[in-house]
Design a protein. Sequence first.
Length: 310
Amino acid sequence: MEEGPASTELEPPAELARLIAKEELPRIRQRGIADLDLSSHNQRPVSCPQTERLARLHADEQNRDKQTRPALVGRLLTEALNAYEEQNPGSATFMKSLFFDPADASVHLSPSDLLRQARSDAGFNGAHQSGRFDSLRRKEFEKFASFLVAWSEKEAAEPDTSEVATEIAPQKRRRKRLPRVFRLATYVVATLSGMMIAFIAASAYYSHLAGGVAPVTFKADGNVMVYNDFEQRSSMRDQYINDGVVVTGACKVPGVPHLDRDDPRFYYVKIETPPWTGYYANADDFVKGSSQVEKLTDCHKSSGSPTLKP
């Protein structure tokens, strides 16, 4: 996740919805709306240019003063979800539970707390049900992102917003096909990248088989932040496990009570796949992570494992 200004041009509606659902909503949920611009020695502002662009267009549409990114994105999602609720109340309630504190909450909940609460409210309490919950979450992101784009276009198409509508509607007409050679080069690069990832995963697999132990793999559900000191939330600067990348887990450690609550189902995974070897990631940020992590042994019980802080 890298910081950067909002793009000056929106993608065509279908591609825009895909980008928001697959890349930007997971990033926003993982960091939390209030902390989108959080910047420190180990964290950078969350990159969500398409969502930010819609938020700024929506704010201009309502003749509001320019606000901070968290305020703009928070207002966009709040008003879009309120409109979404009229069409699909169940899905809107589920989405709100992932991004916003409950109305009766006495304290602000962290993104991890919201995720666990949403899972519980949806009836996916068992570790073996984490895969079903992850699948549900991705589908709901896709449905809401499609609605969000259509709703934004409808808002921009009102009589007094022709200038805003002009920025959104003609994008598909202005989009040009890339030269054939460039498309071929892009395909080759993507194919080679996939082969490299498969080679790394296969190497780890057969390495484990040689030792008589089947590997436990994890597939990133969005860009996954890694920590070199998970107890202090100290992360590797500019280092993330990209969406869809498969890594191998070495062992697991429980969450930190004062940060993650004393939840026996909450774990961090110690990664043994380069270049993240020896670092930790939240198990909930992987596809079926809650069930996969149960297959790992505790780090302090693993033979030859280093201490919890690498």
